[in-house]
Ligand binder design. Structure first.
Ligand code: CA
Ligand code: CA
Length: 299
């Protein structure tokens, strides 16, 4: 199987980055990822980390998919995510909702074992490992891996987990897929500025979908389909996600504006992915089985 090692990391998703690997549509590929601190914060005594030139949010890749051409959609099936044996969290005095509560940085290292982590002597938490950064290269100027957008990127959506299927735009030949910033666990919002940051191995199957009109970035997870939109404010991102889903329902179920809007109001759940990145991210969730009632099936 094709493996992209964790030496192949960048802090930008850019059309001019040399591909780390080349594959064909339908291939399965393993991405070995570093954590968001570039694997530099390894002990609680040195919360600033051991690397002077550490990348922020490094993403492994990019992967060039031969058949992918601008205008296509890249279907990324998340077949497996195996986090490494430890994770790290760190407070920040400059970013996140609670930045004014901290004067410096404090780090905590967590052991990740058997799908669980021990928070303290009273509390053990179940992991639900997700991918924070996953995206294709944009057509124009490169986008740093701290920022989400229409290309995907730092969406910090906790629904991008094992078993999910993510649909991303292809804006440049080969698509140039990259990913990193795994979180062993994260709540919607990612309020402190980090999840349970970790590295690991992500196994995906990549398939090029031609003539596909999904509103990317688009996600399937555990029975729901989701539009994921990012903007300067949560209000804008929420409107964008809801409108993208309503337009999709119109096409998928053959509904007019009024019926699609009613279905949205009745069945769609809006959720905040994150509020701490340069753009904020909101998703609109809708049950796939309702669309299947009208004969729709995901590509
Ligand atoms: Ca992130
Ligand atoms: Ca992160």
């Amino acid at each position: 199987m094709l493996v992209i090692g964790r030496d192949n990391v960048r802090d930008i998703l850019d059309k001019d980055v040399e591909p780390a690997a080349v594959c064909s549509s339908g291939d399965t590929v393993v991405f070995e990822t570093r954590d968001c601190y570039d694997d530099g914060v390894v002990c609680e005594e040195r919360p600033l980390g051991d690397k002077e030139d550490a990348l922020e949010n490094p993403a492994t890749g990019p992967l060039y998919v031969r058949e992918a051409l601008p205008g296509d959609v890249l279907k990324v099936e998340i077949l497996d995510i195996i986090p490494r044996s430890w994770g790290v969290m760190r407070s920040s005095p400059v970013a996140g909702v609670f930045r004014e509560d901290f004067t410096g940085r404090t780090a905590r290292i967590f052991s990740l074992e058997n799908g669980k982590t021990v928070f303290d002597e009273k509390l053990t938490l179940e992991l639900d490992t997700m991918i924070g950064v996953i995206g294709t290269a944009p057509a124009g100027t490169g986008i740093t891996t701290d920022t989400p957008g229409s290309h995907g990127g730092n969406m910090d959506c906790k629904k991008i987990v094992r078993g999910s299927v993510l649909y991303l735009p292809v804006s440049v030949p080969g698509a140039l897929l990259s990913m990193g910033d795994l979180h062993g666990l994260m709540g919607d919002g990612e309020v402190m500025i980090c999840g349970l940051e970790t590295g690991g191995e992500v196994t995906v199957r990549v398939t090029v979908v031609k003539a596909c009109c999904l509103p990317t970035p688009f996600l399937y997870c555990r029975g729901d389909v989701m539009t994921i939109q990012s903007a300067e404010t949560l209000d804008e991102a929420g409107d964008m996600a809801a409108k993208a889903m309503k337009d999709f329902i119109k096409r998928a179920a053959g509904k007019d504006d009024f019926e699609a809007a009613m279905l949205m109001s009745l069945l769609s759940n809006m959720a905040v992915c994150q509020v701490v990145d340069p753009l904020k991210t909101v998703r609109a969730e809708f049950p796939l089985k309702v669309l299947e009632t009208y004969g729709y099936h995901l590509p």
